[in-house]
Design a protein around this ligand. Structure first.
Ligand code: SIN
Ligand code: FE2
Length: 220
């Protein structure tokens, strides 16, 4: 038995590359984006130079603490008129920056590893969390096609992901996420509630005092 288990420990001593199931249709792929994290962050910078991070206003008139931008054919947007996808960045007046090939590729590979083949996202919402920033419990319901999963890539400072049920009141599990982790939720888990606890103070060698999150969706 000892010889049979040894290679496993050699390959995954700190669980990088491990898959943790959260629920049917949902899992965390530990370190899945680690190898290309530097490239992903450089692309985030390039996108933000064209469509800067901004604090969107909720339909209720509150400014969101997470700063957001997008790339892809459409972008997620919110103002007094509601949550929706727009074809143009309302601030720049231009179309959203196109989705970098590396973004589409990592999202497709993660989805496939999680059991969702042929994933072709048309939007990547990019969240920027400063220290103390949180994302309240919500489910992603602004997409027309809910057969496709959500693929979520964590970069920079660690955070605690809240993983809830299909109803807001259901208890939530606390899932630690670090740089390079990817979470995928689709199928029966697609409409699960989720959120992020306030990001704790820290300094990440590549991202500084920030956490970034890329969430891929099929919106249209
Ligand atoms: C989201 O739900 O849009 C983002 C989740 C995260 O930042 O991990
Ligand atoms: Fe979300």
């Amino acid at each position: 038995m000892r010889t049979a288990t040894l290679p496993l420990f050699e390959v995954a001593p700190v669980a990088t590359g491990a898959r943790e199931d959260l629920a049917p249709g949902a899992c965390v792929l530990r370190g899945f984006a680690l190898d290309i994290a530097t490239t992903l962050l450089a692309e985030v910078e390039r996108i933000a130079a064209r469509s800067p991070f901004r604090h969107l206003v909720t339909p209720g008139g509150k400014s969101m603490s997470v700063a957001m931008t997008n790339c892809g054919a459409v972008g997620w947007f919110s103002d007094r008129s509601g949550y929706r996808y727009t074809q143009r960045d309302r601030e720049s007046g231009a179309s959203w920056p196109s989705m970098p090939v590396v973004f589409a590729e990592i999202a497709r590979a993660a989805a496939s590893t999680a059991g969702f083949e042929d994933y072709a996202p048309d939007v990547c919402l990019i969240n920027r969390y400063e220290i103390g920033t949180r994302l309240t419990l919500h489910c992603d319901h602004d997409e027309r096609d809910r057969r496709a999963p959500i693929v979520s890539v964590s970069l920079g400072l660690p955070a605690t992901f809240l993983w809830g049920g299909l109803a807001r009141k259901e208890p939530q599990r606390r899932v630690p996420l670090t740089h390079g982790d990817v979470v995928v939720w689709g199928g029966p888990a697609r409409m699960r509630y989720h959120g992020v606890l306030p990001v704790k103070a820290g300094e990440h060698p590549l991202a500084g005092a920030r956490r970034f999150n890329l969430t891929f969706r099929v919106a249209r």
